[in-house]
Design a protein. Structure first.
Length: 613
């Protein structure tokens, strides 16, 4: 895992190497082992390396035989050995054993189609000095980030926003729309970021930059035109085969590996396959949130004991102010998910023993793991009468017992044609009353943006369409970014086998009815796990739910919140309605309620102070 950055001046001006070094320096945590640079008359590449594969020979940038093609890679290419063999058979000569060099010769062989041959997680830049052009691409699911901006003909890209901000040409002007999205959804929606003019390259996105133009396109979409798998036996066989292959490919490394073990279905499934595929006990790491939340810890202990893992528990204590500031700095953009804290501390602890961890991110979106997919399936089954009842919902909700039975379905019925409102409702996190009038006005088109994402799904099935929406919003903009930033903050590489694209394509072929078989989420994955770990041993999972109310009461947070969120400078930011914000703060100080909203405001104010003040 690494950090990449670079520049291409479309007007032919020379690139300042000292600025490239400064950009790379902002990402030393992503690559503490090595650095590398390359400049041509109008372009430059910068690289920070965390050594994982070919420890002695994988220095980047890596060039072709005459040095006129240069490549930098953040991530891993899991099929690099197969690609190297194919390219060597075609006459290409390799000078290293690194996965990055396969991209160099792959570009020579396949041109811009090289990214379709890659199996992995990546942010990649290819500088072709022969044609005076730059290619930048991101992996299919957005596991690894790529940000970019263009100012006065100068195109800049980097793995992290703070690297772009290190360039003197880049402004720190705020995008009010992104602030509104953060306050209502807990994270800003891409491709825009909290900084006006800085954008995130979408998953499976590719950019071609030359003297004439900057062209953005996509090189992959989830295929929905293949025959569906309609029997549980075939679904289980196909997914199990793909899972074993995915985990096996993700174990390729020249450094120690481990596992983030939460005790849930996904990470326990990872543990089961890792145990089958390795000869040594798996090193597993679990966040222990204390006595008030022991279910996940006990489940992780049970799984580790069953599979003979070499298990560690990391105690998660209430965060001090300095730690929160450090986390917000690493995030680049505020993500109001308290799980960033245990993920960061778990990563720092795991890095003492391993350099790579496997994790279960992406399984919920790939295998239909969220409960709201069940509501969408039920809505599709009863769509006609639910649409008829939708106008009557204000009256029906007061009928004793009706609200509890119909609430989830009626939520979907009311907003089935409005993807944005649907997502906000399903997340249960809309605080639009907190927005200032200016912020509210700036984000008027956010729902249409989400609706456009939904329309890109080639499937008409409501469950698949919701999976698609979650995959390209919540997963790519929040879950994966949290995982990338917090593990990289500890110089730890996180790999997510459930987002291996051959596995995801198999999962997309499984009938939605089988994914939710018997009213159970990710039913196929559960059947695969239960062959190795009996259902009686599986405990319900609560996830990283931090005891914020308890922490805030026990620490110095009350005084800090009062100081941080009632200052004149906070009120003058213009992001929130100061009257509503003060009412929320006063209510929290008096009763301890709204701790999640308080957390959201704290992260936003810290972001303002760190990146703007």
């Amino acid at each position: 895992m690494c950090g990449i950055a670079g520049a291409f001046n479309r007007r032919g001006r020379t690139i300042d190497t000292t600025v490239l070094e400064r950009m790379a320096g902002e990402m030393t945590h992503r690559g503490p082992d090595d650095s590398g640079f390359f400049t041509s008359p109008c372009a430059g590449l910068a690289f920070r390396r965390l050594s994982i594969i070919d420890l002695s020979g994988g220095h980047q940038p890596i060039g072709n035989e005459d040095g006129r093609i240069q490549v930098i890679l953040n991530g891993e290419i899991y099929n690099y050995r197969e690609l190297a063999a194919e390219l060597q058979a075609a006459g290409h000569v390799f000078k290293t054993k690194s996965d990055t060099e396969t991209i160099v010769h792959g570009y020579e062989e396949w041109g811009d189609a090289v990214f379709t041959h890659l199996r992995g997680m990546f942010g990649i830049a290819i500088l072709d000095t022969r044609r005076n052009r730059l290619l930048v691409a991101r992996d299919r699911f957005g596991i690894k980030p790529v940000y970019w901006t263009e100012r006065d003909g100068l195109f800049l890209f980097a793995s992290e926003i703070k690297s772009l901000l290190a360039h003197p040409a880049v402004s720190r002007a705020v995008d009010a729309k992104a602030i509104g999205e953060y306050l209502t959804m807990r994270y800003p929606l891409g491709p825009e970021t909290m900084f006006a003019g800085i954008r995130c390259l979408p998953p499976a996105g590719m950019m071609i930059v030359d003297e004439v133009d900057v062209i953005e396109s996509s090189y992959w979409q989830m295929p929905y035109d293949r025959p569906l798998i309609t029997t549980m036996e075939e679904a289980e066989h196909e997914l199990e085969t793909a899972l074993r292959d995915a985990v096996s490919s993700h174990l390729v490394a020249d450094v120690p590996l481990g596992l983030f073990l939460s005790g849930g279905v996904d990470s326990t499934t990872m543990l089961a396959f890792m145990t089958e595929l390795t000869s040594q006990p798996v090193k597993s790491f679990t966040a222990n949130l204390g006595d008030n939340l022991t279910t996940d810890v006990a489940a992780a202990r049970d799984a580790a004991r069953h599979f003979g893992a070499d298990h560690r528990e990391v105690m998660i204590e209430p965060a001090d102010i300095g730690l929160l500031e450090k986390i917000v700095w690493h995030l680049d953009q505020p993500i109001s998910d308290p799980a960033v804290l245990p993920t960061y501390l778990l990563s720092k602890a795991a890095r003492q023993e391993v350099t790579v961890v496997l994790s279960g991110e992406g399984s919920d979106e790939t295998n239909a793991g969220y409960r709201h997919y069940l509501r969408h399936a039920a809505y599709a089954k009863h769509e006609t009468w639910l649409r008829a009842l939708a106008p009557l919902w204000p009256a029906l909700r007061h009928v004793p017992g009706a609200g509890a039975r119909l609430n989830g379905l009626m939520q979907i019925a009311r907003c089935s044609s409005e993807a944005g409102r649907c997502l906000l409702t399903l997340r249960g996190d809309d605080r639009s009353d907190l927005l200032s009038p200016a912020t509210r006005a700036a984000m008027n088109d956010s729902e249409s943006k989400l609706a456009a994402v939904m329309q890109l799904c080639a499937s008409r099935d409501p469950v698949e369409r919701m999976q698609h929406l979650d995959r390209w919003t919540w997963m790519s903009e929040c879950t994966l970014m949290k995982a990338d930033r917090m593990t990289m903050a500890g110089s730890l590489e996180a790999r997510v086998p459930f987002l291996d694209h051959p596995l995801a394509e198999i999962a997309a072929r499984i009938s939605p009815a089988l994914r939710l078989h018997g009213g159970e989420t990710k039913a196929v994955v559960r059947r695969i796990l239960h062959k190795r770990f009996p259902p009686s041993s599986t405990r319900p999972q609560s996830g990283f739910v931090l005891p914020l109310s308890q922490w805030f009461r026990e620490g110095d947070f009350n005084q800090w919140v009062s100081t941080l969120l009632t200052t004149e400078s906070f009120a003058k930011r213009g992001a929130v309605d100061p009257i509503v914000a003060r009412r929320i703060v006063d209510g929290y100080l008096a009763t301890g309620r709204d701790t999640n909203v308080i957390w959201r405001l704290i992260c936003l104010e810290l972001w303002f102070r760190i990146f703007l003040d």
